[in-house]
Design a protein around this ligand. Structure first.
Ligand SMILES: Cc1ncc(COP(=O)(O)O)c(C=O)c1O
Length: 358
């Protein structure tokens, strides 16, 4: 066992370390010449659907990983595919955090699922809040770190603040932190910063999360990726449901990934929309501050977030009220929409004071 593998093994929960995973029929049949499949208790006659969904999907998702291997320039063994990146968050916590003993460190305000999954697992949550300007507090992380610190969740660009974490901060925590550093890049395609996916072999404790839900516009399909060294990826594969990605999702994701140009076009249009909102919103009376963003949303401080939220809702526009999040007093998180949606939002916000002040 080499040093990286030993390190991962030492971090793992003992029951996961010794777990023998379920071996599905499709795991045991390694390919070859067979054309009669009587091994998985499927329905050989077919289904009411035209498409052949009567067969279980490939539990290793080789076709999809093949495409990602080329697109991201990483090895197959460095890729985990999940039912959204939420699945990877859940599995990482379940694999590494012993309930009642271990903890995760989060940096609020950030994506809510890190804490929810930790709570479900019975892992404690230690908070190292961002500073009020949304920059990271490395001393707070260090203060909270001990031998039971299994996962540190970083989100860059961060949800809901929209800013990226500085490279030197990420490098420092990768060097310092005794557990895994999970870098959530759900919104990375909207940012000018390089992704860390290409660097997963460089650090034995780095896991990078990405998703098809944002730039690729496939939130309904549920495909998320974790990129890391093979020891960590093996752990996730060992504990996932055997068929965690269904055949329809795999086929449609393959089709979409074949059209990177369409994705790039949408990203460019969303960036233009973000730029339009960044210019238009600060001119509006009820808007106090528009935080700069590298994602497909803007965090916007208004005069009274609860009132503006309700007002927009009355006009058929749903945004996210982040008023109760740390450092986000009176803030709304607004996703960049289509050109027409953005204009309706601007018009509605412009009318806010007219409607609400007598
Ligand atoms: C930072 C962040 N990570 C992960 C996710 C979940 O992504 P998925 O749809 O792949 O589960 C979200 C969704 O909003 C998010 O904001």
């Amino acid at each position: 066992m080499n040093e990286a593998e030993e390190k991962i093994n030492a971090l793992l929960r003992p029951n996961i370390r010794s777990l023998r995973p379920y071996s599905s029929a499709r795991d045991e049949f390694e390919g070859g010449d067979a054309d009669i499949f009587l091994d998985a208790n499927e329905n050989s006659l077919g289904s009411p659907l035209d498409t052949a969904y009567n067969r279980y999907p490939d539990p290793r998702q080789i076709a999809l990983k093949d495409v990602l291997t080329r697109m991201k320039n990483v090895r197959q063994e460095s890729i985990f595919l999940g039912n959204g990146s939420d699945e990877a968050i859940d599995l990482l916590i379940r694999a590494f955090c012993e309930p009642g003993t271990d903890h995760v460190i989060i940096m609020p305000p950030s994506y809510g699922m890190y804490a929810v999954q930790a709570n479900i697992q019975g892992a404690a949550i230690r908070q190292a809040p961002l500073f009020p300007d949304f920059s990271p507090d490395i001393s707070a992380i260090r203060r909270h770190t001990d031998k039971h610190s299994k996962l540190l969740f970083l989100c860059s660009p961060n949800n809901p603040t929209g800013n990226c974490l500085p490279e030197d901060f990420i490098l420092k925590v990768l060097g310092d932190f005794p557990g895994l550093v999970v870098l959530d890049e759900a919104y990375a395609d909207f940012s000018g910063k390089p992704s860390w996916v290409s660097r997963v072999e460089e650090f034995s404790n780095l896991v990078v999360l990405q998703t098809l839900s944002k730039a690729w516009g496939l939130a309904g399909l549920r495909v998320g990726m974790a990129y890391s060294n093979k020891y960590i990826i093996n752990v996730l594969n060992k504990i996932k449901y055997p068929y965690n990605l269904n055949s329809a999702t795999i086929n449609l994701a393959l089709k979409a990934l074949n059209n990177e140009t369409a994705m790039q076009k949408n990203v460019s249009a969303l960036l233009a929309g973000r730029a339009r909102l960044e210019v238009a919103l600060p001119e509006i009376r009820c808007v106090r501050e528009v935080f700069s963003s590298e994602a497909n949303f803007l965090l916007v401080r208004v005069t009274d977030a609860d009132a503006v939220y309700r007002y927009l809702l009355d006009r058929g526009i749903v945004v996210r009220n982040r008023n109760r999040e740390l450092h986000c007093e009176n803030c709304l998180r607004i996703t960049v929409g289509t050109e027409a949606e953005n204009e309706r939002l601007i018009d509605a916000l412009t009318d806010f004071n007219l409607v609400t002040t007598p």
